[in-house]
Design a protein around this ligand. Structure first.
Ligand code: GLC
Length: 747
């Protein structure tokens, strides 16, 4: 995409271009073997040890000097990193550079929308650009390795880490996860602006019971292979350098001790040749799991499973020698782990370029980066409702705007979760942007109503109602503080926190048009808030440039194009609710008798009943792929170029899409396929293609998709990945519940 090259060019001017190292994989493997042959057991175990920097600096220095440290994490001061590296490169025996890790999840200093928000853009090029910018900024301070992308399939909005995910869909997550890997790693891993990616959390972490973080999962192998593993396989295909294990135990086996996923799948089936790191203390957490009786057994199980590097829990260093002496592990296992680690260090060029160039001018918050983050925030916003076309606002006719809500000027919370290095002082909030851009021509009245998202006090609402009464339109900025999503922050109730719903309802009583703008880390059960709002614009925490992005959208300088990467439940009780569910033997028919329509003393019968809720029905609040525009789009003339195909054919599908409204816009056309029957039951539909289609008002385009039939393969009753002959349905449309339908056969 042109923008990426412009971004990189603009930023790399700042980074002194030290030569990338053009080493072939054979060169690297030769160097690895040569180095490995010189290493002592302690030095080998040292490479497998990642240290947190929170200890005594002299002890850390001593450990590095002895070759007991292969990696450190969570240090981002260039001078400190050079000092650490100097010890490794000049005072240790074999001068093996330390690899520096950091969670750079959705930006380093320039913060992009949280990954769930970026997923709403359905724009791989934009997502890759965001990762590229994050890499450029993080590498400029000495970070070599990010613990991202997080590509766990997430179908439970109670789980706080859904914020970090790319949503519920396997195909969307596969495409965007691969884009992030490419963005982080660039075209050459040894380039000074490249950082190693780390697809995580391997695997199934998003399926924790009850949406509780760290909870057990029970994903059978077929579902693992058809739903949860494909994004990770795509990440390997695009060259991901490292992997991270997940905290959960799946069907009784913690991922950090799971030989099936780490050896059979990752190494033997996918030929992954990078290294695997445990997640935080997940090695010794296998004791709490009840899977190991002590750190020694935990180390044994992790090493045997294929975890090359232990993050912070230190059991490899403390028990490795004893495990070897007791014959519990072999030197071959240790050598394989060290080979994987050294291979990535060589590919990163760390031996030739171990230090940060502190003379290079800063690239942090470069104007091109901020512009890119704004565009990402624009494309990540989802228009859920726009009754009476209250949006876009007309700056020529509006005289007064009332701004209310705790998220209007929330510089910290707008950045979202997993922000270690973002600085709220750089955040551009909606309120500040409104004042800056429109304050001279429009009266901007502000009364927060409630001070922060959890604020349950209602005494501030009267002031908000008062400014609403004076305004032509009310902008209510609500949502979640950043800390309410992310790791360890699962929720059992997904309504707007505190008195936010009371606030929206109160300002709505003035009869003024209410535009509710949500900034949250997850889907929320906002049905009641939507009812009393004239328009709703949903943003998954939009990052540094959220203000300018949202204000451009509100005034029509940009037109919403985002689509939901995750289903919105009406009620928490519907969870898990996602579009690619199986049919069941009694699929919802749409004519079920709802709770209050059941006559009193009705006779017990199951006839006519299907899989739905008496009190909430079947449909979610909003389906996967849903999102409105200021304009309207019409699909017509869906056609296949063949309706009977063989397994090695390519299906070609065309559809005409017209912009039938009065604004230029972008439609995300989505292609879904249903395998109507198989040796096992199959989802009612699965996303297989999508495309952002820019259309000027009145313009019509023919959009053509090509889909190799081989991509319809799934793991069948015999656990063999194959395309089964039979009937297929296909839809192309604007979301997972709407679209033109046709059918085809595979012979
Ligand atoms: C955390 C997270 C993981 C992160 C790691 C290092 O607990 O689970 O995603 O990369 O520890 O911060």
């Amino acid at each position: 995409m042109i923008r990426i090259s412009v971004i990189i060019a603009a930023s790399l001017l700042f980074i002194t271009c030290r030569p990338a190292i053009s080493a072939t994989h054979d060169d690297v493997d030769r160097k690895v073997e040569e180095l490995l042959s010189k290493m002592t057991l302690e030095e080998k175990l040292g490479q497998m040890n990642q240290l947190s920097p929170w200890g005594d600096p002299s002890e850390i220095a001593s450990a590095i000097r002895k070759g007991h440290v292969g990696s450190i994490l969570n240090v981002v001061d260039p001078e400190m990193l050079n000092a650490v590296q100097k010890i490794a490169m000049e005072e240790s025996r074999l001068k093996i550079p330390v690899i520096v890790g950091r969670d750079v999840i959705h930006g380093f200093k320039t913060i992009y929308p949280i990954p769930l928000g970026q997923a709403a853009s359905f724009n791989p090029e934009l997502v890759e650009e965001g990762a590229r910018v994050a890499a450029i900024e993080a590498a400029s301070v000495g970070v070599h390795w990010t613990f991202a992308p997080m590509i766990d399939i997430a179908r439970d909005p109670r789980w706080g880490r859904i914020a970090e995910s790319l949503g519920e869909d396997t195909y969307l997550t596969s495409v965007l996860g691969a884009a992030m890997v490419k963005g982080f790693q660039g075209s050459d891993l040894s380039d000074p602006s490249s950082i190693a990616a780390c697809p995580k959390h391997f695997v199934g972490y998003g399926a924790g019971e009850g949406g509780r973080d760290y909870a057990s999962t029970f994903i059978p192998e077929r579902t693992l292979r058809n739903v949860y593993l494909p994004p990770f396989e795509e990440a390997v295909k695009v060259g991901a350098a490292t992997f991270m294990t997940s905290f959960n135990d799946n069907d009784g086996v913690p991922s950090t001790g799971n030989k099936f996923i780490l050896e059979q799948v990752l190494r033997k089936e996918w030929n992954f040749d990078g290294f695997v790191v445990s997640d935080w203390a997940s090695v010794t957490e296998m004791i709490a799991h009840g899977f190991a009786k002590d750190p020694k057994e935990a180390a044994e199980k992790a090493i045997k499973a294929g975890v090359d590097m232990e993050m912070v829990s230190g059991s490899y260093m403390s028990s490795g020698k004893q495990l070897l002496e007791e014959g519990k592990i072999t030197m071959g296992m240790i050598d394989d782990a060290v080979r994987n680690i050294l291979r990535i260090k060589f590919r990163l060029g760390l031996f030739e370029n171990p230090y940060v160039d502190t003379s290079a001018p800063p690239v942090l918050y470069a104007p091109a980066h901020l512009e890119s983050a704004k565009e990402a925030a624009i494309q990540s916003a989802i228009l859920l409702k726009n009754e009476g076309e209250v949006l876009p606002l007309n700056a020529n006719t509006i005289k007064t705007i009332a701004v209310v809500g705790p998220m209007a000027d929330a510089a910290h919370d707008q950045l979202g979760t997993w922000i270690f290095d973002g600085d709220k002082n750089y955040t551009r909030t909606p309120l500040a942007t409104l004042k800056e851009q429109y304050g001279n021509d429009i009266r901007i009245l502000y009364a927060a109503g409630t001070e922060f998202s959890r604020d349950a006090r209602t005494d501030g609402i009267a002031a908000a109602v008062n400014v609403a009464r004076q305004a032509d339109v009310v902008l209510a900025f609500v949502g979640e503080e950043a800390i309410l999503s992310g790791e360890a922050h699962s929720l059992a109730n997904l309504n707007l926190q505190g008195a936010q719903s009371d606030l929206i309802a109160a300002v709505a009583t003035t009869g003024k048009p209410v535009v509710t703008v949500v900034m949250a880390g997850r889907p929320l059960t906002i049905g009641r808030d939507v009812e009393v709002s004239n328009a709703v614009l949903y943003n998954f925490h939009p990052g540094t440039m959220g203000g300018p992005a949202i204000v451009d959208l509100l005034f029509g300088k940009a037109v919403p194009s985002g689509k939901l990467p995750v289903t919105f439940p009406k009620e928490v009780g519907q969870i898990p609710v996602y579009y690619s569910h199986n049919s069941t033997g009694r699929p919802y028919q749409g004519s079920e008798t709802m709770l209050n329509d059941i006559p009193q003393e009705a006779g017990q019968t199951s006839l006519g009943n299907t899989s739905f809720y008496l009190d909430a029905g079947f449909a979610p609040l909003y389906p996967f792929g849903y999102g409105l525009s200021y304009t309207t789009f019409e699909y017509a003339n869906l056609r296949l170029f063949s309706s009977s195909l063989k397994a090695n054919d390519v299906l070609t599908v065309s559809v005409d899409i017209a912009n039938t409204g009065k604004y230029d816009g972008v439609e995300v056309a989505q292609l879904y396929v249903q395998d109507c029957f198989g040796s096992v039951t199959r989802p009612v539909k699965e996303l297989k293609r999508f495309e952002r289609v820019p259309l000027k008002a009145g313009e019509k385009k023919t959009v053509t998709f090509t889909l190799p039939i081989s991509e319809l393969a799934f793991y069948n009753i015999d656990m063999i990945k194959t395309v089964e002959a039979g009937d297929f349905n296909l839809w192309v449309g604007t979301n997972s519940q709407a679209g033109l339908m046709t059918s085809f056969m595979v012979e």
